[in-house]
Design a protein around this ligand. Structure first.
Ligand SMILES: [Zn+2]
Length: 213
């Protein structure tokens, strides 16, 4: 029997990463999930959900701590005094850090791929979710390692609504996902909850975390 191809998947416990994980598993990859603790304000619920997702899919899961919160205070994702309803949620070049750590785990696990759940709904706000950025990171990984490790972004051209629809078709349990920047089940005011709410509404699917809509 042919050996399965190994792939490191960045798992935040949110909608994007659960749908991506399901898609890649269906495609036959042997997955290694990685969550990054950078001091985000919502990390408790995020990692609880990430673990539930990994366990439910029988995928190994690691959480790596990076003390970004000791360097960066001008982002509301780390600084609890700031408001999470606007672009202050940007953590500068976060995906570069995450993809670098995923590359390290790819070495460790003999993985040929690393996967990240960036998508079309992220482009406008987050510069490190754009195709141009991913192409540049790919060059860095190739030059910096000399290894055959490729970045996968299977959701790149999908909107959040497309992702909800795809997840529904794949049988994703949306109740074990985490979205809220404020660390709640659903606060309905942070940027992330608002985008989630809109996506479920447009997809015509009931969100188990937001029973009102
Ligand atoms: Zn929220």
């Amino acid at each position: 029997m042919r050996n399965k191809i190994n792939c490191v998947v960045l798992l935040s416990g949110g909608l994007d990463s659960i749908v991506m994980l399901k898609m890649l598993k269906k495609e036959g990859y042997n997955l290694h999930a990685l969550s990054i603790d950078y001091g985000q304000r919502h990390k408790k619920r995020e990692f609880k959900c990430a673990k539930k997702i990994a366990d439910s899919e029988g995928v190994s899961h690691r959480i790596i701590r990076v003390e970004l919160d000791k360097l960066v205070t001008r982002t509301s994702l780390i600084n609890k005094e700031l408001d999470t309803s606007d672009v202050s949620v940007i953590v500068p070049n976060r995906n570069m850090i995450m993809l670098s750590l995923a590359t390290a785990l790819a070495f460790e696990t003999g993985s040929q791929y690393i996967a990240i759940g960036v998508n079309a709904s992220d482009y406008e706000v987050f510069p490190d979710c754009r195709k141009k950025f991913l192409s540049a990171v790919q060059k860095c990984i190739t030059i910096g390692t000399g290894a055959d490790i490729s970045v996968l972004a299977p959701l790149l051209h999908m909107s959040k609504t497309d992702i909800v629809k795809a997840g529904s078709k794949l049988g994703v349990d949306f109740s074990i996902t985490h979205t809220c920047y404020n660390g709640k089940k659903f606060c309905g005011t942070c940027l992330s909850c608002l985008v989630r709410q809109e996506a479920f509404k447009k997809a015509g699917i009931q969100d188990p975390l937001n029973k009102k809509k």
